[in-house]
Design a binder for this molecule. Sequence first.
Ligand code: 13P
Length: 252
Amino acid sequence: MRRIIVAGNWKMNKTRKETEDFFKALKPLVEGKDKVEMVIGVPFTNLETAVREAGNVKIAAQNMNPKESGAYTGEISPLMLKDLGVEYVILGHSERREYYKESNEFINEKVKSALSHDLKPILCFGETLEQREGNITEKVVEEQIREGLKDITKEQMANVVLAYEPVWAIGTGKTATSLQAQEVHAFIRNLLTDMFGKEVAENVTVQYGGSMKPENALELMSQTDIDGGLIGGAALDPSSFAKLVEAGIQAL
Ligand code: 13P
């Protein structure tokens, strides 16, 4: 059966010292909680510190250039991430799609590159408020998934994590209701069945993200097709993150 993954996305927050303090405080709170996979996505500058301090938590980068090396000023390659002991990489986050104009095609290149370098992509997608109100949520999500996972094999899907993050729910305090989220997650599961067959679809972890917090995490994570969360604001504090992990365990 698929795994529940509780993942934090710190975005552009915390220094190295704050990273160290976070993991020192978190460690005793999540000891032995390995029934769910715990992941934290930290800024590039904190990766080395995080990998060293993480204990049973896996570390993710928040972006990656698909190329191994070359004249790409300011970019970070999969080889550099592997060298630091990073296991996951968050790709296609809506903030990167919106502010840095990342296309589905470019994100697909990154997903393929991550997999070929033995890094597990957490592929993010989701509709904006305008798209939801225009009743094109499914169309948008389908396009992002089909294009983001273009040329990915059934075998490779064992190392892919998906994260449905409705843009209107990110950082707004406005969470999708569990029903709204489950509806889209069921649609995603069917789409994955169509693309890769039932067995693969049943085994892919599909997280929900968007204003998830300790108060609403259990209800969201308990939905049939929701397999954990990708959490921004509420993952910045160790006791809050530990509560989210607890919710993930209860949802099992
Ligand atoms: P918030 O939990 O702060 O809404 O952010 C969600 C998110 O974007 C995680 O990637």
